[in-house]
Design a binder for this molecule. Structure first.
Ligand code: NAD
Length: 329
């Protein structure tokens, strides 16, 4: 029988791609989001435009048998959104309410499996002070000390899902994503993350110009291309392992190196101006030992391969915007 799934956050970056992946695997998919995917990157059989903070909207999603729920909706953004402190109350309230509603109603309507997208932002800040040796093994989560309210909400919700699994008859799968990027993601407007922001800055800069980077650029991160993230989600959901497990790349780079890769891909040699700005922890990298041992798999794409695909897409978006501006004049 055809499997059925709900993807919450289907109007967003990962959710849009996930809908298409599930469709390509033969699922019937219902997407739900506050908004439609702005790049049309969502081929759900049915799309509900609605607010998942409203339990009546959540309840309405279960008017037919649903095998799996993928809960990716969250009030989120890059460092410019999460680390300024200005959105803390909304981030906590909105995302927690969505998770409380969805796990409760999925359980009530007899859904077998629910996937939850947590984040590496839930790892303790004290293990991520040294940019060369960050510690993000899954069992290093406690004593908890995330560096943002976004991370605290993720930690709370992980525990919420696990409590439902313990007390009720629902299987839970939890992934901690580490910086997912790729085409059809937010690339401008303040909620974009480092790979998209850097690609945009490089693509938009005139030859011989320079780009701005927040902080000294020596902070480290790893970045995972969207297709590998989808591989990880699907392998996890189809496995017997509930997690939480990291889904991330372990190719750690500094933000300066990320900018160099974007310049290489864009064939531009630009200067880098380091300016004050929100940065998050000093170092972060995905520890992939657990995913290798439980799923026999880990992401393997070199960062440059994903940046090349993302850069090309963002350069195209910039051209489209310029053409639209010309037409409007
Ligand atoms: P995104 O912002 O593109 O997608 C999230 C979607 O949730 C958006 O389309 C938004 O409109 C929707 N949403 C927010 N509030 C809603 C509400 N009240 N009702 C209905 N829909 C609502 O983000 P993304 O990058 O696709 O991330 C998906 C998930 O993965 C999120 O839970 C995020 O916290 C998690 N995550 C992402 C990354 C990453 O690098 N992208 C890293 C760690 C964790």
């Amino acid at each position: 029988m055809q499997k059925t799934a709900i993807v919450c956050g289907a109007g967003g970056f990962i959710g849009g791609h996930l809908v298409n992946r599930l469709k390509s695997e033969g699922y019937w998919v219902r997407g739900v989001d506050l908004k439609y995917n702005e790049y049309g990157n969502n081929h759900a059989d049915d799309f509900v435009q609605g607010d998942l903070r409203d339990p009546r909207v959540c309840e309405s999603l279960f008017d037919r048998h649903i095998d799996e729920v993928y809960q990716l909706a969250a009030d989120m953004g890059g460092a410019g959104y999460i680390f300024t402190g200005e959105h803390d109350a909304d981030v906590m309230h909105n995302s927690a309410t969505i998770n409380l509603n969805m796990v409760h109603l999925a359980t009530r309507f007899g859904v077998k499996k629910i996937f939850y997208s947590s984040s590496a932002c839930m790892y303790p800040e004290y293990n991520q002070m040294d940019p060369d040796n960050p510690k993000c093994a899954e069992d290093s989560a406690y004593p908890a000390a995330p560096d943002s309210e976004y991370g605290w909400e993720k930690l709370f919700s992980e525990r919420l899902y696990l409590a439902y699994q313990r007390n009720y008859n629902i299987q839970v799968r939890i992934a901690r994503f580490h910086n997912i990027f790729g085409p059809a993601g937010t690339w401008t407007g303040g909620k974009e993350k480092a790979p998209a922001a850097v690609c945009r800055k490089v693509a938009a800069a005139p030859a011989g110009g320079s780009i701005e980077i927040w902080g000294d650029g020596k902070q480290t991160r790893s970045f995972l291309y969207i297709d590998e993230c989808l591989d990880g989600i699907r392998k996890l959901v189809d496995s017997d392992f509930c997690g939480p497990v990291n889904i991330g790349s372990d190719e750690m780079v500094t933000i300066n190196q990320l900018a160099e890769i974007a310049m290489k891909v864009g064939k531009k040699q630009l200067g880098i101006n380091h300016i004050p700005g929100p940065q998050g922890v000093r170092g972060r990298n995905s520890d992939n030992e657990l995913i290798k041992s439980k799923l026999g798999w880990a992401p393997s794409w070199p960062l440059e391969k994903g940046i090349a695909l993302t850069y090309a897409w963002i350069a195209e978006q910039i051209k489209l915007q310029e053409r639209e501006a010309e037409v409007a004049q």
